[in-house]
Design a binder for this molecule. Structure first.
Ligand SMILES: O=P(O)(O)O[C@H]1O[C@H](CO)[C@@H](O)[C@H]1O
Ligand SMILES: O=c1cc[nH]c(=O)[nH]1
Length: 239
């Protein structure tokens, strides 16, 4: 491990990253989480402004680091964290767009599986049709924690897409993801789950609905950065 660190993208020294980590897409959300939830947080990365910190939650070391947007970026950071820094449990705390009427703004989605057509997962060379799924232990704990806290949450499939601005014309005829109960769209979960499967690590995505692809409702960038903290509390408790 020591031979490979620091990596091209993470400047932490050996031992500076905890075995359990929270992964928001937005590096400023990582900074906010470190400042507001972790005791004695120390910054371990600022390469490319992809901020990473390690501190303590209930006396246990926990790290938090941004991953950027899209599978390519998540793929790089999660690979280096698992394979070079020995990270074992990874919980993405991200935002997503609702694909069902019953999935409301600010609800939590625990991503049991992630449908995807992303080239990132194809290029990993996994067997055809491999299902990108969450670690069941983390998933069940997160569901129980959300239940106990009285949060509005859903457990199911998400869509990991490479495209945020899909042209209207790209809509295909036939059965859509929304027709088969897929809850929400986002851009990183499948890469995280595929990398975790390859590395023998545990991963889960906890998402907060930031807007609706059905009703057009949305939230501000500031709210996405600072106020979707129920998912962070759930993630910290299960780690
Ligand atoms: O809020 P984050 O974690 O970045 O997640 C979602 O937000 C970004 C798009 O705005 C994509 O990264 C998508 O997956
Ligand atoms: O619609 C959305 C909202 C958040 N993130 C996405 O990828 N899509």
């Amino acid at each position: 491990m020591a031979n490979n660190i620091p990596t091209p993208h993470i400047s932490a020294k050996e031992g500076e990253i905890a075995p359990s980590i929270l992964l928001p897409g937005d590096p400023l959300r990582a900074k906010y989480i470190a400042e507001n939830f972790l005791a004695g947080a120390k910054q371990f990365n600022s390469t490319r402004n992809m901020f990473g910190y390690t501190g303590f939650y209930r006396d246990k070391p926990i790290s938090v680091m941004g991953t950027g947007m899209g599978c390519a970026s998540m793929g790089i950071y999660s690979h280096e964290l698992m394979n070079f820094y020995g990270v074992k449990k990874l919980v993405r705390v991200g935002t997503a767009g609702a694909m069902q009427k019953t999935t409301h703004i600010r609800d939590l989605v625990l991503a049991m599986g992630a449908c995807t057509g992303t080239g990132y997962v194809k290029e990993l060379g996994l067997p055809d049709g491999y299902s990108c799924i969450a670690d069941f232990g983390l998933l069940i704990k997160a569901a129980l924690e959300a239940e106990q806290r009285g949060l509005s949450y859903h457990v199911g499939n998400v869509l990991t897409s490479d495209v945020f601005y899909a042209p209207e014309k790209a809509k295909k005829e036939g059965v859509g993801y929304e027709d088969v109960g897929v809850l929400a769209a986002e851009m990183e979960t499948a890469a995280l789950y595929a990398n975790a499967a390859l590395a023998g690590a545990q991963a889960l995505s906890i998402l907060t609905i930031s807007d609706s692809l059905i009703t057009g409702e949305s939230t501000t960038a500031e709210e996405r950065q600072n106020s979707f903290m129920d998912m962070v509390q759930v993630a910290l408790e299960i780690l």
